[in-house]
Each structure stands twice: as structure tokens, then as C-alpha cells.
Design a binder for this molecule. Structure first.
Ligand SMILES: CC(C)(COP(=O)(O)OP(=O)(O)OC[C@H]1O[C@@H](n2cnc3c(N)ncnc32)[C@H](O)[C@@H]1OP(=O)(O)O)[C@@H](O)C(=O)NCCC(=O)NCCS
Length: 176
């Protein structure tokens, strides 16, 4: 199936059962559903996008607005991102990331952070982040996995510790 048939739209309440199945299939060894449920229930400012192929859910991504240090806005945290195993490597993740970054840039978000595989995220322009610190200390092996991408060319360098909403403040989400 070609990338043309992937559609990205805002997640709706009726997607809930399909999202549960998607995360169970995409992350068989990691339970990210409590995080996804809490973000969707508790954080009104999240950007939650859903990809479909042939009308069926194929992927999902969330961007969470966060504070940094004493500042209250301007950055977002990418995650989780999940693509149905049978639909992986078809461009679903790429379209979800690009659509999200585009919408966040329009909303004047200045920088997007992610804790993820650099081999994947660098292709979208993410680079290691040193000025904004994650809310929990990362193991040394994960330092390169803490990355960001600027969305505004004239963005002032943002520095300080990331302050995500409570749903993200679980040490297990920031450790292997
Ligand atoms: C990782 C994941 C989100 C990627 O989504 P996807 O839809 O399969 O990826 P895409 O088709 O958009 O891939 C875009 C490019 O990245 C490459 N790519 C895909 N997965 C990759 C990976 N794990 N590491 C490095 N590159 C990867 C693709 O080959 C493609 O390359 P190309 O542009 O040269 O063709 C998806 O495979 C997934 O959900 N995996 C299981 C859950 C997971 O590990 N999530 C981690 C997110 S931090």
C-alpha cells in the first residue's frame, strides 16, 4: 500500500478501543496505555493525532505541552508514538511526526523534545539536547536519546529542567 493512502487526523473519543489494541501490539513488553489514557483524560492541551490506512487505525502520536524552568510555555514533548506492526516502515510514523511538527509550529511552539532512538528521530531533524534537561536523570547510555528540534528559526535558546504534566512524572518512563 502506498504512503498516499495514509490519512492523519485529530484523535477522537471513539478511537479509544483501537488505541488500546494498537499500544498492546506495538509495545508488547512495555505498558504505555496508562500514560496514554492519563494524557488524553487529564491534559487538555495535548496534540493527539491518529493515522489511518484504508479507514483503519494504523498509528498514533501525542505531543504534550510542557514548561521549562520558570517559563510556562513554548515547548512540547513528543511521545508516545506507536504504529501497528503490520503497518510499520510504510511512512505512518513519518507522517504523524511531520503533521504534528507542522501544527505545533503554527501554534507557536518553539521546540519539541523527545526521548527516543536517535537513528529514527535524527532523520526528522532532531539533535541531542543539552540545554533543556529531562525531568529525571537519564542513564548514561540514554544521553544521546534525549533530543530536540527547533520550530522557529529565531527561537531564543530555552534552558532549564523540563516540567511536564503529572502523567509524565513517573521515573519508569525515563529509565530502561
Ligand atoms: C518506531 C516506529 C514508530 C516507526 O514508525 P514507522 O511508521 O514504522 O516508520 P516510518 O515508516 O515512518 O519510517 C520512516 C523512516 O525511518 C526508518 N525507520 C523505521 N523504523 C526505524 C527504526 N526503529 N530505527 C531507524 N529507522 C527506522 C524507515 O525505514 C524509514 O526510512 P526511509 O525514510 O529511509 O524510508 C514504529 O516502527 C513503531 O511503532 N515501533 C514499535 C514501537 C516503538 O518502538 N516506538 C518507539 C517510538 S520512540
Amino acid at each position: 500500500m502506498s504512503a498516499d493512502s495514509i490519512e492523519v487526523r485529530a484523535t477522537v473519543a471513539a478511537d479509544a478501543p483501537d488505541l488500546e489494541a494498537l499500544y498492546e501490539a506495538a509495545f508488547p513488553e512495555e505498558d504505555l496505555l496508562p500514560l496514554v489514557r492519563r494524557l488524553r483524560r487529564e491534559v487538555p492541551g495535548i496534540l493527539s493525532l491518529t493515522a489511518t490506512m484504508g479507514g483503519r487505525l494504523a498509528g498514533h502520536i501525542i505531543f504534550t505541552p510542557c514548561g521549562v524552568g520558570r517559563s510556562d510555555d513554548g515547548v512540547a514533548l513528543l511521545g508516545p508514538l506507536a504504529v501497528t506492526p503490520s503497518r510499520q516502515k510504510l511512512g505512518v510514523g513519518r507522517l504523524l511526526i511531520r503533521a504534528g511538527l507542522e501544527q505545533l509550529a503554527e501554534a507557536n511552539v518553539r521546540r519539541v523534545l523527545v526521548l527516543g532512538d536517535p537513528a529514527y528521530y535524527r532523520r526528522f531533524g532532531f539533535l541531542p539536547e543539552y540545554s533543556i534537561l529531562p525531568p529525571f536523570d537519564l542513564p548514561a547510555a540514554w544521553t544521546a536519546a534525549w533530543q530536540s528540534i527547533p520550530l522557529a528559526a529565531d527561537a531564543v535558546r530555552i534552558a532549564g529542567k523540563l516540567r511536564p504534566p503529572a502523567a509524565w512524572l513517573q521515573a519508569a518512563l525515563w529509565a530502561p
